[in-house]
Design a protein around this ligand. Structure first.
Ligand SMILES: Cc1cc2nc3c(=O)[nH]c(=O)nc-3n(C[C@H](O)[C@H](O)[C@H](O)COP(=O)(O)OP(=O)(O)OC[C@H]3O[C@@H](n4cnc5c(N)ncnc54)[C@H](O)[C@@H]3O)c2cc1C
Length: 487
């Protein structure tokens, strides 16, 4: 077998879980490589979810979900400063509007206390409405969880990966794993779309495709099915008339319910619903789904400003057979699964990474910690967040900062060029959008999309027709002449 690279550990999947694992691995004297099939990190479930760092009262005591959620929440509090994570610790509310729902709040409170969640309390109607004046007057009370927060999931995944790279790990994008290679019952590497990579250990963090990765190694113990959640996003003008923080209804059996929630960037969203699917790629939003989440959200906030909605999107939860996370060593020696992460997988990611390392240490007692692990990432300030004096200094140092490309979000050419060339830099229009917010405003890229495409083509030295929006076949422009005039 010709190997294009040699590693000790290959992590499959660049979602928040895989990236957090890569960072944890980079604390050790190991050659670690993360491979992601998409052109960018966090293009799977990590890109479309509610972005909440849950407190940890939902999952049953002793489940992997509960244990890693509570620990993960604490770790995010510690990591926020080191990794410049965009997190706002707003606290969350589960709102009850009937006596039956008030009884459910008591159950959630006891479960949360058993799980070790700090600061939980049931607050009365007056306290709820003083925090969230736009909620329905039918509210009777709420479970208040002060340790919950909202984050920017893409930013978290990117920060984990960049910290890992800063400590010697490698990230390969546009690199799909076709098979986990096994000899004599032991992992020896992975076959990828870019060639084979040798490795003693493989971590399966492939999200929805965790079962396919396991099966390629001969381990058929895992099954993952997709469960869709749809959302509506409102522009920033709607925020004042909706909610200030995180507002859940009382949960259903399959989901935490359709919430009304702020984002770290000052928008507000409603959603998600929960629909079991057959297709792992079906991210379509539907009229039925939109109607369902609007009806559900209106029960919490009766005056939804629907005219201020700017986009709809959906995400797919990776649901395992028993509903809990799969974090375990495979029957194939050297393969470790970290998959089946529905909510609260984002909240749990740093704790899942610790657990994976524990399993790896059980398989290999020769792992050695580095003494020079660099935990802190360099800080960046968005042009739009700079003072006038800082903006003038930035433009004086680099005139590209004086050219605004995205008018809705005031993103400059200087920032776009920077994120294309930074560690784990952007290769696609959506990659630029997620790193800078260019295209995330009211016009959703209508003005800046073509300019961003042009800048990517120039900086990566590729034709404009090769620039992708996001995934493999998502070119922004099509060269009709080169194709002989055919559409
Ligand atoms: C509707 C919804 C709401 C949610 N809300 C929350 C919330 O508020 N809080 C919370 O904590 N959690 C929430 N979650 C859950 C959270 O989003 C996930 O648990 C988390 O993002 C999972 O991350 P992951 O890395 O396991 O998976 P993913 O992000 O899907 O990453 C897996 C990666 O593997 C890659 N991959 C797959 N196959 C291959 C291959 N063959 N070769 C190479 N790469 C491959 C994929 O491209 C993908 O990038 C929500 C999920 C959904 C869908």
């Amino acid at each position: 077998m010709n190997y294009i690279k040699e590693a000790d550990v290959v992590v499959i999947g660049g979602g928040v879980v895989g990236c957090a694992i890569l960072r944890e691995l980079s604390k050790y004297k190991l050659r670690s490589i993360l491979v992601e099939k998409e052109p960018d990190l966090a293009c799977g479930t990590t890109k479309a979810n509610s972005a909440i760092i849950h407190a940890g009262f939902d999952a049953p005591k002793g489940s992997k979900k509960a244990l890693t959620n509570v620990r993960g929440n604490r770790l995010y509090h510690e990591l926020q400063d080191q990794l410049n994570l965009d997190i706002k610790w707003l606290g969350s509310m589960v709102v009850a509007t009937t006596a039956e729902e008030m009884a459910t709040l008591e159950e959630l409170l006891s479960r949360g206390i058993a799980n070790g969640v700090k600061g939980l309390e049931i607050i009365d109607k007056e306290a709820v409405l003083s925090k969230e004046p736009n909620l329905t007057p039918n509210v009777q009370g709420a479970l208040w969880a002060p340790t919950a927060g909202i984050c920017w999931p893409f930013g978290a995944a990117l920060a984990f990966a960049r910290c890992a790279v800063q400590n010697g790990a490698e990230v390969l994008t546009d690199c799909a794993v076709e098979q986990v290679l096994v000899e004599d019952g032991k992992v020896v590497g992975v076959a990828t779309s870019q060639g084979a990579i040798q490795a003693r250990y493989v971590i399966n963090a492939a999200g929805l495709y965790g079962d396919a990765i396991a099966a390629s190694a001969g381990d058929t113990s895992i099954h993952i099915h997709p469960r869709k959640g749809e959302y509506i996003l409102f522009d920033k003008t709607a925020a004042a008339s909706l909610v200030q923080g995180i507002v859940f209804p009382t949960p259903t059996k399959t989901s935490k319910g359709c919430l009304v929630c702020a984002t770290t960037h000052g928008n507000v969203f409603i959603g998600p619903n929960a629909q079991d699917m057959a297709d792992k790629e079906d991210l379509a939003t539907t009229t039925e789904g939109m109607n369902a989440i609007i009806a559900s959200a209106k029960k919490l906030v009766p005056t939804l400003p629907l005219g201020a909605s700017i986009t709809e999107f959906s995400g797919l939860r990776a649901v395992s057979d028993n509903g809990d996370f799969i974090i375990e060593a495979s029957s194939v020696h050297g393969l470790i699964h970290a998959t089946g992460m529905q909510s609260p997988g984002l909240s749990s990611a740093p704790a899942i990474a610790e657990e994976v390392l524990e399993i790896l240490r059980e398989l290999d007692d020769t792992l050695v910690l580095k003494h020079d692990f660099k935990a802190v990432l360099p800080r960046h300030k968005a042009f739009s967040a700079m003072t006038r004096a800082e903006q003038e200094a930035a433009i004086a140092a680099n005139p590209l900062y004086g050219r605004v490309i995205c008018r809705c979000e005031t993103v400059t050419e200087g920032e776009i060029v920077e994120v294309i060339h930074e560690t784990c830099g952007a290769k696609t229009v959506d990659g630029v959008k997620r790193r800078t917010r260019a295209g995330m405003g009211r016009c959703q890229g209508g003005f800046c999309g073509p300019r961003v495409t042009q800048i990517i083509a120039r900086e990566l030295n590729i034709p404009v027709t090769a620039v992708r929006k996001e995934g493999a076949a998502s070119q922004m422009f099509y060269d009709k002449e080169a194709a002989g005039g055919k559409d």
